[in-house]
Write a protein that binds this ligand. Structure first.
Ligand code: ADP
Ligand code: ZN
Length: 750
């Protein structure tokens, strides 16, 4: 269907959804549809005889080519992306050095991009066992890679998956799925999606609390900029329990009164029923909540509610920042220091906190960043006048800050005559809480039972065959598992495959699973709940375990990172950090900052109610300055020490970093590609830029792909991007090697 004769008066650049095409294509706008098409409209167009969906990114008077097809039809009422969001997208493209299509992809939920007009959806499930699928997948790998990709995704699902999600995850079109259905591997059925994520849940209405003096001062500064509709970023720095959330709630109320919308970001892990209820109890159905457990249909409906202005308050994890509120006035980022705001795996590697400030500027909104342990960057920005600082220095309720003890584990080992997971003071503490019916939280950032299996004879370590990482022993499942790719080895070898000597295999390292068993060995009647990546795999299990603990179904909660944040359990009076020494030894300029934040967050879980709290930190480094300052909850002193060292070494916030990761199947070729890129940049960039050496990444191999990284440091990132684009245009990178660009990376090690 070509119509080269037709001359249009208006043309549109259309960004097609789906795979393959990197650029926008031009289409003519037929006169009758002209009034309907705007920048940001969703349209149907023809490409190679097939109907495709796309978004209009530009309207123009002439086309880049002489022969263009007309736009087939218009899908959306109004635009999917407003001018304001286009500006944000443009900023992201430039700053994070990412093509527009990747940026648009993260800004719109896939259900919207694929135009899920109907509530009906297809659900795909398997008709064969996992083993059969696995075999088929291996066989198809060579000749039918698309079908294999579909099966790979199916293998990761429990009962099945929505068709749209399957397509998104496997990156294929419908046809390989249809083939697999015809061949009897998969089944397709229509299903209705349950749409309202909050339906049926009950909550109590709460009202604003009278603010204390410090809260009031912070509040007044915030609403001053809000009322003037003036862009200003506020850093609300207050210890846990100091009443930051109450300030947010009242600021949101003010915005509502003014007819302005709010985006409230929280780290995904803190999007618990507890948090959600707190917001809902103040604002009822004016709230939309976006989290990863929503089905695509639910996400689609919430998005439309927000766009229509029916939900003026959006609470969600990092991608909620892109919500299409028609009249945005306030953006809040709670726990602004949290690493969960950074997208690291996929381009664009954006930081939602930084983008909150950018969007605030574009929309003349007030931005609030809140934290008990602000990132060094944000605190630095209050001192140089970019942000306005408000401090909350005491807990809002009667509860006091917990008492912290640092326990020297070297001495404990001496006393115990060998290794022990629990120091004497900790055992004493747990026993006392148990007897009094109070609760304890034990924190350890390692899941599994033992963290490695090795041979005492020859030093051989059992590593994942696909990743360069030691396998972790899981007692419950009796397997050795890789924590990067989920490779599993069972039964567990009884002999070293290298030296083959008898009885030389030894386990090393302690994980949460072992802690739980060890605790039961000491206190047979104690009730425990373990929360880690293993126990929270299934949908809803996270919530369920938290509920169990908060309703006193257990005496001790044992867990990893996921229990460190935002939880509020009034009857927890003892919190222990079993071992955090490993994290301090990671060679990264943010290691101290991360540990300081972690200890402060974990300690903040103790003594949240009427009862006084106690915190025990077990370590081999009792004199470590970071541990000491964290246990004294002395952020300001920590900031002084840390910022001085950043300044001395020229690390952020005194510079920006760009991390390039080169990923490829062949180790040598990948390293070579990195070296070529490095040499190119070294020639092009001026002397103010520092190029670190090309080194293997902290995880040098993941899923059979080798990884090398190159760090570049400088005051401005744009010249780096310009030269990178130049290098790519000159085809300096072989097609077998991928380059991943991370601007302002969180980790310089992994
Ligand atoms: P944060 O967000 O800083 O951790 P919260 O806002 O959750 O602190 O406050 C901690 C506790 O103190 C909550 O139970 C909250 O209801 C209560 N609270 C906060 N502000 C006040 C206030 N002005 N008067 C009384 N109670 C308050
Ligand atoms: Zn692996």
């Amino acid at each position: 269907m070509e119509c080269p004769e037709t001359i249009f008066t208006k043309y549109a650049s259309v960004l097609l959804d789906g795979i393959g095409i990197g650029k926008t294509l031009d289409y003519g706008i037929p006169a009758e549809t002209e009034p309907l098409i705007r920048k940001g409209s969703q349209v149907k167009v023809l490409l190679k005889g097939q109907i495709r969906i796309g978004i209009v990114t530009q309207l123009k008077e002439s086309a880049d080519f002489s022969k263009v097809l007309p736009i087939h039809s218009v899908l959306s009422e109004g635009e999917l992306l407003t001018e304001e969001l286009f500006s944000l997208a443009h900023w992201i493209e430039k700053y994070y050095c990412t093509p527009q299509r990747h940026v648009i992809k993260i800004m719109l939920p896939s259900s919207i991009r694929h135009s899920m007009a109907h509530k009906e959806q297809y659900f795909i499930s398997s008709l064969q066992t996992k083993n059969q699928l696995r075999r088929a997948c291996a066989e198809l790998q060579e000749k039918q890679a698309e079908q294999a990709a579909v099966l790979e995704v199916m293998l990761k699902t429990k009962r099945g998956i929505l068709l749209t999600e399957l397509l998104e995850k496997s990156g294929v079109s419908v046809s390989p799925v249809e083939t697999l259905i015809k061949r009897g591997f998969l089944k397709k059925e229509r299903m209705r999606i349950d749409r309202n994520p909050l339906e049926g849940e009950e909550y109590f209405k709460t009202v604003a609390k009278p603010l204390n003096d410090e809260q009031k001062q912070a509040y007044l500064k915030i609403i001053a900029s809000l009322q003037e509709k003036r862009f200003e970023t506020h850093l609300l720095y207050g210890i846990t329990g100091s009443g930051k959330t109450e300030v947010y709630l009242q600021a949101i109320e003010k915005a509502l009164e003014m007819g302005l919308g709010t985006i409230m970001l929280v780290p995904e892990i803190s999007l618990t029923a507890q948090t959600i209820d707190r917001f809902r109890s103040r604002f009822d159905d004016k709230i939309a909540i976006l989290h990863h457990r929503l089905s695509q249909g639910e996400r689609c409906d919430e998005w439309h509610r927000i766009r229509r202005g029916d939900a003026q308050i959006v609470v969600g994890a990092r991608s909620a920042l892109f919500s299409p509120l028609p009249k945005l006035g306030l953006i809040i980022v709670d726990e602004e220091h949290d690493g969960a705001y950074k997208q690291s795996e996929e381009a664009p590697c954006y930081h939602a906190r930084d983008l909150a400030v950018v969007r605030g500027k574009i929309t003349h909104s007030t931005v609030i960043l809140g934290s008990a342990t602000p990132s060094l960057e944000s605190y630095y920005n209050t001192l140089n006048g970019k942000y306005t600082l408000s401090k909350l220095s005491s807990r809002a309720t009667q509860s006091n800050l917990p008492h912290v003890t640092i326990v020297d584990m070297k001495k404990e080992y001496e006393k115990a005559g060998g290794y022990t997971a629990f120091s004497a003071p900790l055992l004493e503490g747990i026993k006392k809480r148990f007897a009094q019916g109070e609760q304890t939280i034990l924190f350890l950032n390692r899941r599994g039972y033992h963290t490695s299996l090795f041979c005492e004879g020859c030093g051989h370590i059992f590593k994942c065959p696909h990743c360069d990482l030691a396998l972790t022993f899981h007692f419950g499942e009796k397997v050795l598992a890789c924590h990067l790719c989920d490779f599993r080895l069972a039964p567990i070898p009884s002999q070293c495959p290298e030296c083959k000597k008898p009885e030389t295999l030894k386990y090393k390292g302690v994980g949460t699973e072992q802690i739980e068993r060890a605790l039961h060995a000491i206190f047979p009647d104690i009730r425990t709940i373990r929360m880690d990546g293993d126990t929270t795999r299934h949908k809803g299990s996270h919530e369920h375990l938290l509920k169990q603990f908060s309703t006193a179904k257990a005496d001790v909660l044992i867990g990893t990172q996921m229990i460190a944040k935002g939880l509020h359990f009034p009857s927890v009076t003892l919190v222990a950090i079993l071992n955090c020494d490993g994290s301090l030894q990671i060679p990264d300029f943010r290691a101290s900052e991360n540990i300081f934040q972690l200890i402060t967050q974990v300690a903040g879980r103790a003594g949240r109610g009427e009862l006084p709290g106690e915190v025990i930190i077990q370590t081999h480094l009792p004199d470590n300055q970071t541990i000491k300052l964290a246990s004294a909850q002395n952020y300001e002193e920590f900031y002084k020490v840390e910022i001085a060292s950043r300044k001395m070494f020229g690390f952020p916030p005194f510079s920006h970093l760009v991390k390039l990761t080169f990923v490829g199947k062949e180790s040598e070729q990948t390293a070579q590609a990195g070296a070529v890129l490095r040499a190119f940049l070294a020639k092009k960039l001026d002397k103010s830029y520092l190029l670190h050496p090309l080194v293997p990444s902290g995880y040098p191999k993941i899923k059979d792909f080798y990884r090398f990284q190159l760090l570049i440091r400088g005051k401005i990132v744009y010249p780096i991007h310009a030269h990178l684009k130049e290098a790519l245009a000159q085809n300096l990178l072989p097609k077998e090697v991928r380059m991943h660009i991370d601007v302002d990376p969180l980790s310089t090690f992994f």
